[in-house]
Design a protein around this ligand. Structure first.
Ligand code: C2E
Ligand code: CA
Ligand code: CA
Length: 750
């Protein structure tokens, strides 16, 4: 045995035991090959073999007790060696009692057969990435394989004849089965490591050598050649080397059922051939039985494999398809783009997004929204040529991957794609009992075939699509100069998604001052994003993203929750401030909003009159029916609805009169020009007058200087908001500002 301190060996190898194995093996080889091996009827040889086997068993027990993920293999081998030792002990006793004879081979064969499932299972498990539990169907296949080999050998022997053919059944069959088991183990040891990558571990080769020696030994001894015991000794040594060698770290590859399917097929074919041969000529019943059982076992194993394969296919499919539409999902789209990029195929990648899908979803319900997505997915298939792919990236966003035919340019293909999309999407869709026209925003990017990361192509098309959406164009082609920073923007969307839920939004409050008395009567809550690395971001930097990427709902929920909680805190402290919150277009299409507002107010015990909800006229007019229903429900709660940026849109005061609106916020543009532009002054004056006649309160925005405030007071404007009083402030700073202001006002009064 090699020195125990070699770097190839495990630490702490019991050297004495290893030497004992070596000495016993040497003695066994010498005796097996010496002319005196028949001494004492072979009892000495058997006893020596028993001693060697026991020493090997002890060494394997030592190995099995060491930690490591291959422990179960060594445990199984230790038990198997113990079983073989038992067989040897019986054979030794029989030989000592009755003299040498074929009878001694029977207990040996039985012991080897009993050990077979252990060794086989251990080998299979060793090569799998999971070493936890043995799969019973693996052993089933192993046993079937053994029976198939027995059947084949029986059939061959039946025809060829020879010494074994004439011996009695109980002498022949166990020996045959032992050899068959040895062959199956050898076959497994020689093939499975290649499937799993274990062949790079030299221990796999030592084990294979040990099993090969075992087959030679078993066959030789069974056929009356005691020299076979020399091979047995060599096999024992190989096994010990495998046990004491340091493992080579090999990443195990997951084996899929197709590998065992091949094994099951071989067994099935072999046993079928045997059965056919038996049917044609009259051979032994044993071969028939073995062949039949082997075929059944392999058949069951095949069935199990078919089930496993079906499950595997199913899970692979699920991982790559979109449940709703059955199209490829984002992962599959990326994979396809990658394939084509690797092949260097010129292609056009398009990302398209349905316009106003959220309105369908919110207005007609999610199931109608799902129906629409499915119908759109079906329609989109029409624009695909052979080799093109379509996928759904999520929400109402789809991706098209179109190959460019030889002889045409990517630009031609892009133009054709755009034309086809227009054609196929022109007709309306029937969903939820309604006829819905669907418009698309399309972003296209062309790829000439040079290497590029597939995700980059999708990002380019997405950036172009976003631009189309923002600019209201139907289609935009990607241009690096214009859309280049898209990766940063998309990353920002993902960060915003996490930030909204992760508490990164903060509110600043801008006071609203009663023009007549100078008292602070309310605040407008204005959102900011405390970005972890970019600092405090202003609403203009992230609200457009939130609106386009469907984050406005969660964002407004968060703003409302914070604003109502803050107002309630102030109310409890005796500061009865109103708080105004801005609503966006998508908020007004969300029919669940009024209920959520009601729940919030109740939870914080804030009177509804303390909450003002600001909406812009353009928002109200874009989808009057649905947004008006939401506005009415909000007003019914007792909250105040305010028209923000009034004067910039088209709403007329008489029209507003029909709405449950109680406040107008005069846009900053009028306030700014009040002192310099007579027309602006006239508009403000008449607006205030008319608003008062309709019972509305008027708040002037953007008041920056005292002269403007004086003028607003003359026009009887109700409230003023602007930098003259204070910029938007965090709650604590606003409280400090209020305290100073109250002291000043008290001083003025005194
Ligand atoms: P807005 O609703 O018109 O809000 C008033 C904006 O005018 C605020 O800008 C405020 O800082 C600014 N402002 C106030 N006084 C003056 C002044 O005297 N002079 C000038 N030049 N500006 C003044 P901010 O905070 O940047 O908000 C911008 C817009 O973002 C808001 O316009 C509003 O439309 C939107 N927004 C802010 N917070 C939210 C929110 O929580 N939800 C929604 N949907 N929109 C919000
Ligand atoms: Ca506002
Ligand atoms: Ca405003």
């Amino acid at each position: 045995m090699p020195a125990a301190r070699s770097p190839q060996l495990l630490a702490g190898v019991p050297r004495g035991l290893a030497c004992t194995v070596g000495v016993l093996a040497g003695a066994q080889v010498a005796l097996a090959l010496s002319p005196g091996r028949e001494l004492a009827g072979g009892v000495v040889l058997l006893a020596l073999a028993l001693a060697l086997q026991l020493a090997v068993a002890v060494l394997l027990v030592w190995r099995a007790r060491r930690a490591g993920d291959d422990r179960s293999l060594w445990q199984r081998l230790a038990i198997a060696t113990g079983l073989v030792s038992g067989g040897l002990a019986t054979a030794t006793a029989l030989t000592a009692g009755h003299g040498a004879g074929a009878a001694t081979t029977v207990p040996l064969a039985v012991a080897h057969l009993a050990a077979f499932p252990l060794v086989y299972g251990g080998m299979v498990l060793w090569n799998r990435d999971s070493t936890a539990v043995a799969d019973p169907s693996d052993t089933l296949l192993g046993v079937a394989a053994v029976l198939a080999v027995v059947a084949v050998t029986d059939t061959v022997l039946g025809h060829v004849g020879g010494g074994l053919a004439t011996a009695s059944w109980w002498q022949v069959q166990p020996a045959l089965a032992q050899t068959a088991a040895g062959l199956v183990l050898l076959g497994t040891a020689a093939t499975v490591p290649f499937i799993s990558g274990m062949s790079r571990d030299p221990r796999a080769w030592w084990l294979t050598a040990a099993l090969a020696a075992q087959v030679v030994a078993g066959t030789a001894v069974a056929t009356g050649h005691p020299q076979g015991w020399a091979a047995a000794a060599v096999g024992a040594c190989c096994l010990c080397v495998a046990a004491v060698r340091r493992p080579t770290p090999v990443p195990r590859t997951t084996t899929d059922p197709s590998t065992t399917t091949i094994g099951a097929f071989v067994v099935l074919i072999a046993s079928t051939v045997v059965l056919v041969v038996l049917a044609l000529c009259d051979a032994g019943a044993t071969a028939a039985w073995c062949g039949g059982i082997a075929a059944t076992g392999a058949g069951i194993r095949l069935l199990l494999n078919v089930r496993d394969l079906a499950q595997l296919t199913q899970s692979r499919r699920e991982a790559l398809t979109d449940d709703l539409t059955g199209l490829a999902n984002r992962r599959a789209v990326l994979r396809r783009v990658e394939e084509l990029c690797v092949q260097g195929t010129p292609l056009v990648v398009g990302v398209l997004d349905l316009d106003k899908f959220k309105e369908v979803n919110d207005g007609l319900g999610h199931s109608a929204g799902d129906d629409l997505l499915r119908l759109v997915a079906q329609r989109l298939q029409h624009v695909l040529a052979t080799g093109d792919s379509l996928g759904r990236l999520g929400g109402d966003e789809f991706a098209l991957i179109a190959q460019v035919a030889p002889g045409t340019s990517p630009a031609d293909r892009a133009a054709a794609l755009d034309r086809d999309l227009q054609h196929w999407m022109a007709a309306p869709f029937e969903v939820g009992g309604l006829t819905v026209h669907v418009a698309l925003s399309l972003g296209l990017t062309c790829h000439a075939g040079a290497p590029v990361p597939p995700a980059a192509l999708l990002r380019q098309a997405d950036a172009a699509m976003y631009d189309a959406k923002r600019s209201g164009s139907r289609v935009v082609h990607y241009e690096a100069d214009r859309h280049g920073d898209s990766s940063g923007r998309l990353a920002l969307v993902e960060e915003l998604r996490a930030g909204v839920l992760g508490g990164e939004l903060v509110l600043h409050h801008q006071p609203q001052v009663d023009v007549a008395t100078g008292r602070t009567v309310g605040v407008e809550a204005l959102v900011r994003w405390a970005h972890p690395t970019r600092g405090l971001l202003q609403p203009g930097e992230f609200l457009p993203l939130a609106e386009v990427h469907g984050l406005m709902g969660p964002l407004t929920n968060e703003v409302l929750a914070q604003a109502v909680a803050q107002a309630a805190t102030w109310h409890r402290a005796g500061r009865e401030l109103r708080v105004s919150v801005n609503l966006s277009a998508s908020n007004l299409l969300d029919t669940g909003l009024p209920q959520r507002v009601a729940d919030l107010l109740r939870a914080h015990a804030l009177p509804p009159s303390a909450l003002v909800l600001e909406v812009t006229e353009t928002v109200l007019l874009s989808d009057p029916e649905r947004s008006l229903a939401v506005v009415a429900a909000l007003a019914d709660l007792g909250t105040t609805v305010s028209i923000d940026d009034f004067g910039t849109g088209y709403a007329s005061l008489t029209y507003l009169h029909q709405l449950p609106v109680a406040e107008l916020k005069l846009d900053r543009s009028f306030t700014a020009d009040l002192l310099t532009d007579a027309r602006a002054a006239a508009i403000v004056a008449s607006t205030v007058r008319l608003a008062h006649q309709l019972g509305l309160r008027v708040v002037a925005e953007g008041v920056e200087d005292p002269a403007t405030l004086v003028h607003l007071r003359a026009l009887e404007c109700d409230e003023s908001q602007g930098f003259l009083h204070s910029p938007p402030l965090p709650a604590a700073e606003l409280e400090a500002w209020l305290a100073v202001r109250e002291r000043l006002r008290a001083g003025v009064r005194a």
